[in-house]
Design a protein around this ligand. Structure first.
Ligand SMILES: Cc1ncc(COP(=O)(O)O)c(C=O)c1O
Length: 410
């Protein structure tokens, strides 16, 4: 059952979960729907977390790509406490200077041509609204999605998340979906037609194991969507806001989407999501067509602004590219036979089950994530991770056997 109900977070954490931890969690007040790692995290500092027994770990998991500036970043603490003292909450019915500043900061790191921002609370909500925009402006019935996709758990986002047929709990699908095999340009061109409202994909699939689509595919999707009059939506919930080594991966691919969605690390760990569009699409939307109560609240916006300032002033994008290169150069050791992905969303393809490798890394003081690919260990660390941490990861990997003990003894 664990496999068919697997969600993004549970996929990442299930590798190291223990029956003892699961049953303890099941006995407590929380609904027991996540596979847990079997550890209690008590503290975070920089790129290190500490469990309740005082044991420290270098965090290459990053709270599932959310802790973009690590833990206890002074700029985030100051932004949060300062904003909380000034104004804790107000809705979108009133203007907030901090909301305008956060939107402007997001536009500054976004691909040129994306000029307007709508803030929400999560990745699924960003995708849900992106799809709503596509149906509003095209009045067409179909979405084209890519095999292996993960777009969220709400009704529309889940309909374009792969494996939905095994766990989709809503009584019927909300719209038609055409699935295109991963990176298959011919299938993509055949699928995008005059019924297509939107083509949506993650340029680098996170949950599928940090799989990057080719430039060829992404550019073909742009061309096919334009030709058919459909919108191109890039889901950068996981790879966006610096993780690719660019503001957004769209710039790595040289493509301007009609809608770009993002969330996770955008506010350094505070719940927030956003979608961006260009002027022409913005002009087609009318008042009342999108809405949210908490989205764009002052605390989230203060943290978006602080996170983006830190990314710019601390030259985080350069660091992401440098550290990513170091991982590619040094971590193809021990059980790692190949490395895929982009920036600091990387998949270590292993000769052995990721589950085993994750448990052995953890015993050596390193946390990482799993994925839907049972042979891929996923790295999604804070963007402020340093080369010295990579050296420790590489040393830990090098100390692991290439094959399982049983196979070695044969
Ligand atoms: C690419 C992608 N899109 C959407 C989502 C859903 O985001 P959320 O869990 O914030 O709703 C995720 C979550 O893992 C994701 O990785």
């Amino acid at each position: 059952m664990g496999v068919v109900l697997m969600s993004a977070q549970s996929a990442a954490t299930q590798a190291a979960s223990t029956p003892a931890a699961s049953s303890a969690a099941g006995a407590g007040p929380l609904l027991d729907v996540f596979d847990r790692m079997g550890m209690t995290v008590a503290l975070g500092d920089g790129v290190t977390v500490e469990d309740s027994t005082g044991r420290r770990y270098i965090d290459f998991y990053g709270g599932h790509a959310v802790a973009s500036l690590g833990y206890g970043h002074q700029r985030l603490l100051d932004a949060l406490t300062g904003q909380a003292q000034r104004l804790f909450f107000q809705s979108n019915a009133v203007d907030l200077e901090v909301r305008t500043r956060a939107a402007a900061a997001l536009v500054r790191i976004a691909p040129k041509g994306l000029t307007k921002v709508f803030f929400v609370n999560s990745g699924a909500e960003a995708n849900e609204n992106a799809l709503r925009i596509a149906f509003l402006v095209t009045r067409r019935p179909k979405v084209v999605a890519v095999s292996g996709a993960f777009h969220g758990r709400t009704a529309a986002a889940a309909a374009i998340t792969d494996h939905h047929e095994t766990w989709y709990a809503f009584p019927r699908m909300p719209f038609d979906v055409s699935w295109v095999p991963f990176d298959d340009v011919a299938a993509l061109r055949a699928a995008v037609d005059r019924d297509t409202a939107a083509v949506i994909f993650e340029p680098v699939q996170g949950v599928a194991g940090a799989r990057a689509l080719s430039r060829n595919f992404v550019q073909a999707a742009r061309a096919a969507a334009t030709q058919a009059g459909a919108l191109l939506i890039l889901d950068e919930v996981q790879i966006g806001v610096g993780r690719s080594g660019h503001g957004f991966a769209a710039d790595h691919y040289g493509v301007l989407p009609d809608v770009l969605t993002t969330a996770k690390g955008i506010a350094g760990g505070f719940p927030c999501g956003a979608l961006l569009v260009g002027d022409a699409l913005a002009a087609q939307l009318k008042k009342g067509q999108l809405g949210t109560t908490f989205g764009g609240g002052p605390l989230a916006c203060a943290l978006v602004e602080a996170t983006l300032q830190a990314i710019e002033e601390d030259r985080v994008l350069e660091r992401v590219r440098r550290v990513s290169k170091r991982i590619l150069e040094t971590c193809r050791v021990g059980p790692v036979e190949a490395i895929q992905g982009l920036g600091l969303l990387l998949g270590l393809k292993c000769t052995r089950p990721a589950k085993e490798v994750l448990a052995e890394l953890r015993a050596r003081g390193i946390l990482a994530g799993s994925s839907h690919d049972p042979k891929v260990v996923r790295l999604l660390p804070p963007l402020v991770v340093e080369e010295e941490h990579v050296a420790q990861l590489a040393a830990a990997l090098a100390s692991l056997p290439r094959q399982a003990a049983l196979e070695n003894s044969r």
